[in-house]
Design a protein around this ligand. Structure first.
Ligand SMILES: [Zn+2]
Length: 176
């Protein structure tokens, strides 16, 4: 009786090896000869999978590039391609205003001793990488300058090169 069970298990193992290992392997190996259509579908599926993986990898790299640039360059980036490689075109100092003002804009005399005038700066920059033009608005200060932090960036002109992917955006976001 034991012999029969052992024999049965032996053949079961052999069959399992054949069904789940040997047969699939030979089908995988000889599919182009057995069924060329299925083989080409298999190839397309594999290529699609690789393409998707590549796209996902590129997207992750792109997001990292965006995040890193936002952090390192304090949002002073091309609103089209997200590069920091910018050259200033023109800057304009806005109208001065009092830190403590009355409703009509005149100086609040109650805070005369601690009052001072402020102005903000606007400057447009051309991107050396894509040619787009971005406008930056700087925080108002008693010494207006383009060296300080910005509070917004706005795309004024798209890149003339349509081959460059637009990954930049206005900041803070003007959408939604
Ligand atoms: Zn750019």
């Amino acid at each position: 009786m034991d012999t029969i069970i052992t024999l049965f298990l032996f053949f079961l193992t052999i069959y399992a090896i054949y069904k789940f290992i040997i047969k699939p392997f030979f089908i995988w190996l000889f599919l182009p000869f057995i069924d060329p259509i299925a083989a080409s579908e298999r190839k397309q599926k594999r290529e699609a999978m690789f393409k998707k993986l590549k796209e996902e990898k590129a997207l992750i790299a792109e997001n990292k590039y965006i995040e890193d640039n936002e952090r390192v360059y304090d949002h002073k980036l091309c609103a089209y391609c997200h590069s920091y490689n910018l050259v200033k075109l023109e800057e304009k100092v806005g109208d001065a205003f009092w830190r403590y003002a009355n409703l009509n804009g005149s100086q609040d005399m109650r805070r005369k001793n601690i009052n001072y005038q402020l102005a903000s700066v606007l400057a447009d920059h051309r991107c050396n990488d894509c040619g787009a033009i971005t406008l930056f608005s700087y925080y108002a200060s008693d010494k207006p300058s383009i060296n300080g932090p910005i509070y917004s960036r706005l795309l004024l002109k798209d890149s003339p090169n349509k081959n460059i992917k637009k990954i930049g955006y206005n900041w803070p976001s003007t959408e939604g």
